[in-house]
Design a binder for this molecule. Structure first.
Ligand code: FAD
Ligand code: NAI
Length: 462
């Protein structure tokens, strides 16, 4: 039986980055077990394919909506070729997945293609994709099996016209009318893509606002831009009660402000969150200790060292719930590897930038003014409207803003919320400030080049 220092089950951004960290930084002998493609959800069904589609869709939208204004002509006939769009997306994914394969080779990581089942502490059985099984032994096991889309038990939700982000990413034909159930991150990003491609989009969200877990002003502003510039129909405080097919159409029935409503569409995207993926991870052959591993509604429970209730078995990323982001999975994996080697955490996992790739982009880190108030913190809150930023004006961006929250006494930066072009790149400056205890004065001592969007940061912190 092959022996390792660490067996990682799941080759997404949590698992494959942890494998590299363990091998390169800590000299561990590592096996990585993956039953689909390296790169996991992020590369194959998440971050990368969605942003590739968004890139093309936004370019189309900008040419059509703004081409004439910026002095370009004859864009009347510009259109989208769905097959070519998909091919481009698949090419990008293939290039990056191949790159991870090369990284695994260079890092001397043994990659097993198959499903990993934990039999006992230190023992994983791999059901190999091309047949047979192989048992692997290691002192440490890391579960990095990620998540899959959640589909609530709404009557009719099993219709083939009700799909998740997995299927929508492979759509090979245009859609006239798309209904999106759930106005969270996935719902809003796909609303951006499809509205830019000319689809009539309706969002049905149960909470009073879209992207409700972020600062209220972000949700309000995005909602306004979606409605006014993109023609997206948004129903908040709306509960879907049932779905039915009628001819070629699918009908979504929901209640809003006490009224029963119906809306027809060609497809329904179900984007109401994701659940931990533990399929195939345990079996009848698993020991009693492994079968008794503590979970909470499917999520694997871990302590502050990312160790599960079974010593020597760690879990990180989407499968433990919390904030389900690629960079969080990576950071947790790197920390877990450090902890199993008696080292300190190499990353501050308490400061997580969160980004939404709508147009304009949205990004947030640390606390908002509302959260500061709830916590009884004395803070100063500054806001800079990007309508006064030269780069924003010359590139015809939507109205946006940068807000920064700092401790009133010390001036230390505690949080920032941004809605503007390149917000997803620029938020790292605020994350740097928070993790390293920088003040507003520290941030304003920097020269911000002109003309850039980042000048807005300089203005906001001054
Ligand atoms: P995953 O990436 O899900 O990888 C887990 C891997 O384990 C999978 O490949 C799976 O096949 C494999 N596996 C599962 N069980 C077994 C088993 N028993 N044996 C062997 N292999 C197994 N996050 C961002 O930060 N930015 C974004 O822009 C972003 N966009 C997204 C867009 C969409 C549409 C979606 C769905 C998600 C997006 N996310 C984004 C979230 C991000 O993809 C996840 O947070 C991230 O992939 C989680 O990483 P992970 O390593 O925990 O799990
Ligand atoms: P989400 O949690 O962001 O949003 C789900 C939304 O659905 C919530 O607003 C919720 O109130 C609503 N909802 C739940 N049940 C409902 C119902 N029955 N009817 C109407 N609305 C309902 O989850 P989402 O959008 O599925 O994304 C999953 C995860 O993927 C996110 O948590 C995020 O971490 C990750 N992701 C990250 C991206 C990024 O970083 N840019 C992009 C896409 C996904």
């Amino acid at each position: 039986m092959e022996k390792y220092d660490l067996i990682i089950i799941g080759g997404g951004p949590g698992g494959y980055e942890a494998a590299l960290e363990a091998s390169k930084k800590h000299g561990m002998k590592v096996a990585l077990v993956e039953n689909r493609e390296l790169g996991g959800t992020c590369l194959n069904r998440g971050c990368i394919p969605t942003k590739t589609l968004l890139h093309s869709a936004e370019m189309l939208y900008e040419l059509k909506a703004q081409g004439e204004t910026i002095g370009l002509r004859d864009f009347g006939s510009v259109s989208c070729d769905m097959a070519a769009l998909n091919q481009r997306k698949n090419d990008v994914v293939t290039q990056l997945v191949t790159g991870i394969g090369s990284l695994m080779k260079a890092g001397k990581i043994a990659v097993y293609k198959g499903t990993g089942t934990i039999i006992d502490k230190g023992l994983v059985r791999v059901s190999l994709s091309d047949g047979g099984t192989e048992d692997l032994e290691a002192e440490n096991i890391m579960i990095a099996t990620g998540s899959v889309p959640a589909v609530p038990p709404i009557p009719g939700a099993d219709s083939p016209k009700v799909i998740t982000s997995d299927e929508l990413l492979d759509l090979d034909h245009p859609v006239d009318e798309l209904i999106i159930i759930g106005g969270g991150v996935i719902g809003c990003e796909f609303a951006s893509v499809f509205s830019a491609l000319g689809t009539r989009v309706t969002i049905i969200e149960a909470l009073p606002s879209i992207i409700a877990n972020l600062d209220k002003e972000l949700g309000r502003s995005l909602s306004m831009i979606f409605k006014k510039s993109r023609g997206i129909d948004i129903h908040t405080g709306a509960m879907v009660t049932s779905i039915r097919e009628e001819g070629e159409k699918v009908i979504c029935c929901y209640t809003e402000k006490g009224n029963e409503c119906e809306i027809p569409g060609d497809l329904i995207l179900m984007s109401v969150g994701r659940r931990a993926n533990t399929e195939g991870l345990f079996s009848e052959e698993s020991s009693d200790a492994v079968k008794a591993m503590e979970t909470d509604r499917g999520k694997i429970i871990v302590n502050e060292r990312y160790e599960t209730s079974v010593p020597g078995i760690y879990a990180i990323g989407d499968v433990i719930g919390g904030i389900q982001l690629a960079h969080v999975a990576t950071a947790e994996g790197r920390c877990a590897v450090a902890f199993m080697n008696g080292a300190d955490a190499p990353v501050d996992v308490d400061c997580v930038p969160s980004c939404i790739y709508t147009s304009p982009e949205i990004a947030s880190v640390g606390i908002s003014a509302d959260e500061a108030k709830e916590k009884g913190l004395e803070v100063v809150s500054k806001k800079y409207p990007m309508s006064a930023n030269g780069k924003t004006v010359l590139s015809l961006q939507e109205r946006g803003f940068i807000k920064v929250i700092a401790d009133k006494e010390t001036g230390k930066v505690l949080g920032a919320q941004m809605m503007c072009a390149r917000a997803t790149d620029m938020i790292s400056q605020f994350a740097q400030a928070i993790v390293n205890g920088l003040t507003l004065d520290d941030m304003s001592r920097v020269i911000y080049p002109h003309p850039t969007f980042s000048e807005g940061i300089g203005e906001a912190v001054r």
